[in-house]
Write a protein of this length. Structure first.
Length: 453
């Protein structure tokens, strides 16, 4: 049996403090340069040198204001504040790379599908088919209030809205323009064939959209679709829509359970189990020797902020953790925030959470020499039935550089990581298939202007 090659995204955010809170204070960290385009261009070049499949850029609307019922610690430690728009970075980074993909997070709860579809099509054109969309519905009440709402929609209702949002964008991306609608005939002054450009007329519960897609067909038409969510409703949504699912688990065995649920959900939606590529978030501290890696880890602990980590976590579960005594069991109860996370940590104490967030984050951490790191990654892939990783930054960009220089060659030597990019779009690279979504994906039903109501 052939061994699965590992897919790899860099996990980042257009801000100072992303996942490993407090590490911006380290002398080697360059996260404070995030307002500079050169910072992002250099990162894109570095990641392409390391043959990363993509740069996955997280995003939020709103602020983390649950912990201590304000933004005091959020501002002090720059816990994803300030945070800039991720979409603005893409065309610049695409201009200095040829293969690196870009997965951008956009919260559909506060977008209108008609102009949003154009923005993604524009990026797909400018990147020559290297754009992906991380579909999120949001989990912060602060974002809902900023957008003029009293509070978030209930968890499952957000997914109901998301289902309809996707249907609208599929009609625009896949159905509004036929493949041969663009003529570009200068001699006969005929740029496009109006008979092959179709108006959608969507009248739904959340959206009413009548119009033509403003962009001509881009290389992928529909961007590569990422999604993160492990609740029952989130898994159902992933089974229908997602091509790449981003999940986390405490062990490879627990991860395999999640992978099985996700792949089964795809089957129940009329798709194939391997229509999903599953990624987990991971952090790596690597050095030429195990001793050096452990020493590096110990030195990092002095800069990390566990309290900032649980302030971030407070908003993830919608509960002010500062209100609990250090050893008081935390009862999360019902939440409109991240449901799967809230349930998983009910009963923990603040002391236990602080210990878990020693590196400013609760992400799985691998520390070791290149061989040890490779062993651990391969174990997650094979035993967890996943396809790849979203590699966080501990130091930015040093964590990526260390991984590229030390771990990538080790994985290549074992035949578990590519030695060169394959040509084609991001979807082609990830799935070794055509640019467009397969016919069994629900988006395909609206191709060529069929049933656009």
């Amino acid at each position: 049996m052939s061994q699965k090659q590992i897919l790899l995204n860099a996990f980042n955010m257009n801000c100072v403090g992303h996942i490993h809170h407090g590490m911006w204070t380290h002398p080697q960290d360059r996260s404070v340069d995030f307002n500079s385009l050169d910072h992002w261009l250099d990162l894109a070049r570095l990641l392409e040198r390391g043959l990363f499949d993509g740069l996955f850029i997280a995003d939020i609307l709103g602020v983390y204001d649950v912990y201590q019922q304000g933004i005091g610690l959020t501002a002090k430690e720059s816990i994803q504040l300030p945070v800039n728009d991720p979409l603005m970075l893409i065309s610049g980074m695409a201009s200095v790379t040829q293969h690196l993909g870009f997965g951008v997070t956009a919260n559909l709860s506060y977008e209108a599908p008609y102009p949003f579809a154009r923005r993604l099509s524009t990026l797909d054109h400018l990147t020559k088919g290297r754009i992906g969309w991380n579909i999120v519905t949001g989990y912060l009440d602060s974002a809902a209030r900023a957008m003029g709402q009293q509070q978030l929609l209930a968890h499952d209702r957000r997914y109901d809205q998301a289902d309809e949002f996707l249907d609208v964008t599929y009609k625009l991306w896949e159905g509004s323009w036929q493949d041969d609608a663009l003529v570009q005939d200068k001699a006969n002054r005929r740029y496009a064939d109006a008979n092959k450009i179709h108006q959608i007329n969507h009248q739904g519960e959340f959206y009413q959209v009548q119009g033509y897609h403003l962009s001509s067909p881009s290389p992928q038409r529909t961007p590569l679709l990422f999604q993160a969510g492990s609740s029952a409703r989130g898994v159902q949504f992933a089974g229908r829509h997602a091509e790449c699912s981003f999940v986390n688990a405490a062990s490879p065995a627990a991860m395999r359970e999640q992978s099985t649920r996700l792949r089964q959900a795809a089957v129940e939606a009329g798709r194939h189990p391997d229509d999903l590529r599953i990624f987990m978030g991971v952090s790596v501290i690597v050095a030429p020797t195990e001793r050096e890696a452990q020493e590096k880890h110990q030195s990092y602990l002095a800069y990390a902020s566990p309290e900032a980590g649980i302030a971030h976590f407070s908003s993830s579960i919608g509960l002010d953790l500062a209100a609990f005594e250090l050893d008081e069991p935390i009862q999360t109860g019902n939440t409109r925030a991240i449901e799967s996370v809230s349930k998983a940590f009910s009963g923990w104490t603040r002391r236990r959470l602080l210990e878990q967030h020693a590196m400013g984050s609760r992400y799985p951490l691998i520390v070791g020499n290149p061989s040890q790191v490779a062993d651990a990654l391969i174990k997650w892939i094979d035993e967890g039935d996943i396809d790849g990783f979203n590699l966080t930054r501990i130091l930015n960009p040093q964590s990526y550089r260390d991984f590229i220089d030390l771990v990538v060659p080790e994985l290549q030597q074992r035949g578990r990581f590519k030695t060169a990019y394959q040509p084609g779009s991001l979807r082609q690279k990830i799935f070794q298939q055509q640019d467009r979504l397969p016919d069994r994906h629900p988006a395909a039903r609206w191709r060529d202007g069929v049933n656009l109501r």
